[in-house]
Design a protein around this ligand. Structure first.
Ligand code: B12
Ligand code: SF4
Length: 299
């Protein structure tokens, strides 16, 4: 059973911009990956730099977890630290995977860094489990990687190859809930309370956005809008309410409000399950109108 250490290379104490933003959210994508990996019978741990002082904490995590593979989630501003952690992981003897929005936007430059072994681009769950399966089968070879959609790698001649994206998961209800139990949620919620006077956490209801603005070209979840069922989102809200002292949700879908019927069914399901939590979300401007705002006021 292969083991992966999924890593968030952001140290709040070293990031004045993130401190000023006052919104310490954990990247939900890593928690989705962790839940999926766990469900597919691989071992997973998380290294979360957020409240650590520096990369010595990562060195300790490597020693404790001894992972076969280290997966690092990279946003552009975190690239330098991500590459530093990648070097430490490779020196430790782990296989290093870079994934997330920035490697998706431009996978090739990441293969210029010798400390990155493989890049995963676009949606990560299925591709990551496929890589862990290859580790278990002792077959993480260039020829096996050549047949794996969603990866970029170096072939036997050392040339960089970017495979096609993997077709996105159609039924998002099949995904396990994000593995929030693997991070220090209390610390996040207390920090939110101290900084803002209320506690907030993130949730997703959908992936993809059909609008195709330049800003989002080559985005992780693509142009195909896929949405969870209203009941599954309401059930997650109910579970969150029962476990965490939260005041607000931030819905971090690419875009919301695409289907009016969905919103109405969601409001109904949340009320029926006693799962209502005030929320904020991003909506494409043209879709704002009075009925839309009415649904928002229900929740
Ligand atoms: C929520 C959010 C935030 C939150 C949480 C931050 C975080 N670290 O995730 C907050 C508000 C704090 C935030 C801050 C910032 N954000 Co932001 N944010 C988002 C948003 C809206 C959603 C991300 C999300 O959780 N999606 C849902 C999950 C399920 O998807 P995902 O995270 O992409 O993860 C999937 C894949 O990427 C992949 N994957 C991810 N990591 C890994 C790792 C491995 C090993 C593998 C195999 C796969 C993999 O698998 C996951 C599951 O399928 C995106 C826009 C978007 N719609 O993508 C922007 C986005 C990620 N942010 C962006 C930016 C620029 C920022 C800021 C710099 C903004 C600023 N100027 O301050 C800061 C930087 C913060 C930091 N250093 O971490 C850019 C990144 C661009 C880039 N090239 O890197 C995005 C893409 C917006 C955009 N369109 O430009 N952000
Ligand atoms: S509407 Fe928003 S999420 Fe959709 S493509 Fe445009 S900027 Fe991206």
């Amino acid at each position: 059973m292969a083991k992966i250490l999924l890593s968030h290379p952001l140290f709040l104490s070293q990031s004045p911009d993130e401190q000023a933003a006052n919104s310490p959210y954990f990247p939900l994508g890593l928690l989705y990956l962790a839940g999926y990996v766990r469900e597919h019978n691989h071992q997973v741990a998380i290294f979360d730099g957020t409240f650590e002082t520096d990369e010595s904490a990562f060195a300790r995590a490597l020693q404790t977890e001894r992972p076969d593979m280290v997966g690092i989630s990279v946003l552009l501003p975190g690239k330098e630290m991500a590459l530093k952690l990648a070097q430490m992981a490779q020196d430790f003897g782990s296989i290093v995977i870079a994934g997330g929005p920035d490697p998706t936007k431009a996978p090739l430059p990441y293969l210029d860094y010798p400390q990155v072994d493989i890049v995963v681009h676009h949606e990560g769950e299925q591709t990551l489990v496929a890589l862990l399966d290859l580790v278990d089968a002792d077959n993480l070879t260039a020829s096996a990687l050549g047949a794996e959609p969603g990866v970029a790698f170096r072939n036997e001649e050392g040339q960089a190859v970017v495979n096609q994206p993997r077709p996105p998961i159609q039924n998002l209800d099949t995904l396990p809930l994000p593995a929030r139990d693997l991070i220090d949620m209390d610390k996040y919620l207390k920090t939110w309370e101290e900084l803002n006077g209320y506690a907030s956490l993130t949730i997703t209801t959908a992936r993809g956005c059909p609008y195709g603005c330049d800003w989002c070209r080559d985005s992780v979840h693509g142009a195909e809008f896929r949405q969870r069922s209203p009941e599954s989102v309401a059930a997650e809200m109910k579970a969150l309410k029962e476990v965490y002292p939260i005041d607000r949700l931030r819905i971090i879908d690419d875009v919301d409000g695409i289907s009016r019927e969905w919103l109405e069914a969601w409001a109904e399901a949340a009320e029926a399950m006693d799962a209502v939590i005030p929320f904020e979300a991003l909506n494409e401007l043209k879709r704002q109108d009075i009925p839309m705002l009415d649904v928002r006021d229900t929740l």
